[in-house]
Design a binder for this molecule. Structure first.
Ligand code: C2E
Ligand code: MG
Ligand code: MG
Ligand code: MG
Length: 289
């Protein structure tokens, strides 16, 4: 009886493993093909400077356009690409495409425009990453200080890699690259890492922003993050702004920039310049209240 149960459990477990392994393999093949056939697209979402009321940067967000026409969001494939290592090639394409694109837009706009690019920890630590960034910056002619790399707090979790990561981050900053902590507040790291790692910007996760206008606790947390960032001389970006009331609160709390559907949704490249021109002209909130 016991041994049969065990065997049953074991077989069931093995089937599960097989299924998962098969799915992972299928995904890897699909991603491989997608990379060769250039099925990825970059969408861009504006970041509004709350002081000048102008678009100060755009964040590049990758999507996968399947041959069927279906658009797959990054949450459904980035983790797989990280697992398989394909994030190196995909991330390289994202970075290059985003930087080249925004360097062109800077020329047309005739004013500074930043570009924020999401970087996975594995990509940052991949051999030669800093050199690739340096080369891309000089090839593209992107303005100094215009590239901002976004990385999540998970990079600070691994104590063993700390000195390596600190060194990589310092090298990137010497190139004039700005470093942002994405989804700030949702990771598992202790705040102490802010003392040890060279960063420029905190991006408050939308989890904290979503009820800032309705909940005293949420508003207090956001305000505390802004004050802390001030003290540490970091910029603060609030993500996931979906209504006017949230935006007003963020302006009052002293956040530097805001991003979210209320300001502008992610859009395809051909829409970016017109949208920025319109936003520059019409403004979003009245600066200074
Ligand atoms: P993220 O970097 O935090 O990007 C913000 C996500 O929130 C985007 O989803 C954006 O469309 C969404 N968003 C923006 N404003 C609002 C809002 O007002 N309300 C709500 N509910 N959502 C909003 P998206 O494009 O699906 O990206 C999801 C995540 O995928 C990103 O989160 C980022 O972590 C990752 N990702 C995207 N592109 C890349 C990439 O090129 N490389 C890497 N490594 N990760 C990427
Ligand atoms: Mg991001
Ligand atoms: Mg984020
Ligand atoms: Mg987020």
């Amino acid at each position: 009886q016991v041994s049969r149960d065990r065997r049953g459990g074991c077989c069931f477990f093995r089937d599960e493993m097989n299924l998962q392994a098969r799915q992972a393999l299928e995904m890897e093949r699909a991603l491989h093909r997608a990379l060769i056939e250039q099925q990825f697209e970059l969408w861009f979402q504006p970041l509004l400077d709350l002081q000048t009321n102008q678009v100060r940067a755009v964040e590049a967000l990758v999507r996968w356009r399947q041959p069927s026409g279906e658009l797959v969001p990054p949450d459904q494939f980035i983790a797989h690409a990280e697992e398989s290592g394909q994030i190196i090639e995909l991330g390289r394409w994202v970075l290059k495409t985003a930087v080249m694109q925004v360097a062109g837009w800077q020329q047309v706009l005739g004013r500074p425009l930043g570009v924020a690019v999401n970087i996975s920890p594995r990509q940052l630590r991949h051999h030669g990453f800093v050199d690739e960034v340096a080369e891309l910056l000089s090839d593209s002619g992107l303005a100094e200080g215009a590239l901002e790399l976004e990385i999540t707090e998970s990079i600070f979790l691994d104590v063993d890699s700390e000195s390596e990561v600190v060194s990589l981050m310092s090298q990137l900053r010497q190139l004039g690259v700005r470093l942002a902590i994405d989804d700030f507040g949702t990771g598992f790291s202790a705040l102490g890492y802010l003392k040890r790692f060279p960063v420029d910007t905190l991006k408050i996760d939308r989890e904290f922003v979503c009820d800032i206008h309705e909940s005293v606790n949420a508003a207090t947390l956001c305000q505390a993050i802004v004050w802390m960032a001030r003290g540490l001389q970091l910029d603060v970006v609030a993500e996931g702004v979906e209504c006017e009331a949230q935006l007003e609160m963020l302006v009052q709390s002293g956040a530097d920039s805001a991003q979210g559907f209320y300001i502008a949704k992610p859009m395809v490249a051909p829409d970016v310049l017109l949208t920025i021109a319109r936003m520059d002209r019409d403004g979003q909130v009245r600066a200074g209240g």
